[in-house]
Write a protein that binds this ligand. Structure first.
Ligand code: SAM
Length: 276
């Protein structure tokens, strides 16, 4: 990690947030740009906030420093808040979708952004060898304690797909509630396809454009950073990206990802097979 002045970042970030809360978007944007001057790695997610305000270009992803900071902080409370309070159930929905399609057993699975291990738990007993990777060490520690993975790695998903030294392919790759931290899905899909066995499956969820969630920048058919600072992907965009990466879509279902400010956060769950 590059050293930066934490006190200066904290002060600039608080000032920017206060301006944003007061509805002074230009002043907030100036503040977020100041955060980036102090900390170009962007631990506070200033680039996402600028994009959500419509005053900065959407970054390629939420950024490793921001994701790591966010989930390292949230790890201990993650399951209580997300699952028990907000009704998050994507791992179970992914497991059910696979069963509905008749896929009960897998030789080798990879869970991208495995977090605390909810996907591993939902698929427990159905995958002979299960690997997980996540940027957040604190999340991975909880997954480790859960015991549903054979191997866990701390790292960025796309880098892992590119650099993992084992060449044996996977017949199942999953990403549950991880695509909202990635913008353009094409680089991810190309790497996933490269790691899947022929006819291997990719199962993932997205968030889409719910009422009030998006700043509208991406339109229904693209992707954009929403007001919640996550990427929202339109159905047409995801379908086209999967087809361009030579996946066959076996299922593409509307889901509620979780509750968000008292309303269901809409998304999609898809199961796609490598190859035509
Ligand atoms: C909302 S949590 C979901 C965790 C888990 N998949 C589940 O369904 O419970 C998102 C997780 O993705 C991880 N993540 C986000 N972007 C990532 C990336 N580019 N590479 C690796 N992990 C990432 C975060 O650290 C976090 O643990």
């Amino acid at each position: 990690m590059t050293a930066f002045d934490e006190a200066a970042l904290d002060a600039a970030y608080r000032k920017a947030l206060a301006a944003e809360k007061a509805g002074r978007a230009e002043a907030a944007a100036t503040g977020y740009r100041a955060c980036l001057e102090i900390d170009p790695e962007d631990h506070v997610g200033a680039r996402l906030r600028l994009a959500a305000l419509g005053l900065g270009e959407a970054p390629a992803s939420a950024g490793d420093a921001y994701v790591t900071t966010l989930f390292d902080q949230q790890a201990d409370a993650f399951e209580d808040i997300l699952v028990r309070q907000l009704g998050y159930g994507v791992p179970g929905l992914a497991a059910e979708a696979l069963s509905r399609l008749g896929f009960e057993h897998f030789d080798r699975g990879l869970d991208l952004g495995c977090g605390t291990g909810l996907v591993g738990a939902a698929l427990d007993g159905r995958v002979d060898e299960m690997l997980g990777v996540d940027l957040s060490e604190n999340m991975v520690e909880i997954a480790f304690d859960g015991g549903a993975y054979d191997h866990l790695y701390i790292g960025e998903a796309l880098e892992f797909l590119e650099e993992f030294e084992e060449v044996e392919p996977f017949d199942l790759i999953l990403a549950a509630d991880v695509l909202p931290y990635l913008g353009d899905l094409s680089p991810l899909l190309a790497r996933v396809a490269g790691r899947l066995a022929p006819e291997g499956l990719f199962v993932a969820s997205t968030e889409t454009f719910g009422e009030g969630a998006s700043n509208g920048a991406g339109g229904e058919s693209g992707f954009a950073v929403g007001r919640d600072h996550r990427f929202h992907h339109g159905e047409d965009y995801v379908r086209a990206a999967l087809e361009a990466a030579e996946f066959t879509i076996l299922a593409f279902e509307p889901i509620t990802v979780r509750m968000q400010e008292g309303r269901p956060a809409p998304g999609h769950l898809f199961v796609a097979r490598r190859g035509g």
